[in-house]
Write a protein that binds this ligand. Structure first.
Ligand SMILES: C[S@@+](CC[C@H](N)C(=O)[O-])C[C@H]1O[C@@H](n2cnc3c(N)ncnc32)[C@H](O)[C@@H]1O
Length: 227
């Protein structure tokens, strides 16, 4: 398992809402050395991946289950964004009718109800993958300080699982996002949508955590799986 570290300094809340996701997209595209003409993006969100592709492609299909995200996705004759749920086999049965050169997914599959099941669905499309998945070490110190268990799978679990389905380069990257104030940091956690913890803290507990959290940055860990 290759381990890399990247660092973002002095993040301001609004500007950084998607900063880590954007870095993940950049990293994923840098690991993907080809120029697939027909592209599928699972959990496409508002189109970070689509917006960052620099080669000429024929068709881009973004899939997401959040209509509000699909509305924000770029649209063009060769770009479609469709409703679909990657927990649902029928999505993949529908996708089988098309040919794709690559299946991307950035910062989304950590929310799969059952990652192994989603991997089997992805595998059924018989297409090379380029996936980036947040792991359990995301918000590691925060979860430890609060006594919370991450809902996400560890890098080791994801590595074992991906080996069963793909013949891929596997790399784990650590990101740190530094904040000027604890208030900015907690506001970011609430808004970013990358939190891997159950929302079980009361207002009082959250306040206590804000005083006891020992770092001025948040930790993220992302597993990259690229064929
Ligand atoms: C953190 S965002 C990442 C968006 C985009 N890929 C990016 O890199 O900026 C995660 C996205 O996954 C979508 N998502 C989560 N679970 C999903 C599911 N079961 N099926 C389809 N999309 C899902 C969310 O709606 C959200 O748009």
């Amino acid at each position: 398992m290759k381990i890399s570290t990247e660092f973002s300094k002095y993040a301001k809340e609004y500007a950084v809402l998607n900063q880590i996701q954007n870095q993940v997209v950049q990293k994923l595209l840098s690991l993907y050395k080809k120029e697939g003409k027909n592209i599928l993006d699972l959990g496409c969100g508002s189109g970070a991946l689509c917006k960052n592709i620099e080669w000429d492609y024929e068709h881009f299909t973004g899939v997401d289950f959040a209509p509000g995200m699909l509305e924000l996705h770029p649209k063009a004759d060769n770009i479609e964004s469709i409703y679909g749920n990657f927990n649902d086999k029928t999505l993949f049965e529908h996708l089988l009718a098309n040919h794709y050169d690559v299946i991307f997914s950035a910062s989304a599959l950590q929310w799969s109800e059952n990652l192994e099941r989603t991997f089997t669905y992805i595998k059924s499309l018989q297409t090379p993958v380029a996936l980036a998945i947040f792991t359990a070490n995301t918000f590691k110190t925060l979860n430890e300080t609060a006594g919370l268990q991450s809902l996400l799978q560890s890098a080791e679990q994801i590595e074992r699982l991906q080996k069963k389905y793909f013949d891929a380069h596997f790399e784990v990257v650590h990101y740190k996002l530094e904040f000027e104030s604890v208030r900015d940091m907690f506001s970011y956690i609430k808004r970013s949508g990358v939190s891997g913890s159950r929302q079980v803290l009361s207002f009082k507990e959250t306040k206590k955590l804000m005083y006891t959290y020992p770092l001025n940055y948040l930790e993220f860990e992302v597993a990259f799986i690229v064929e």
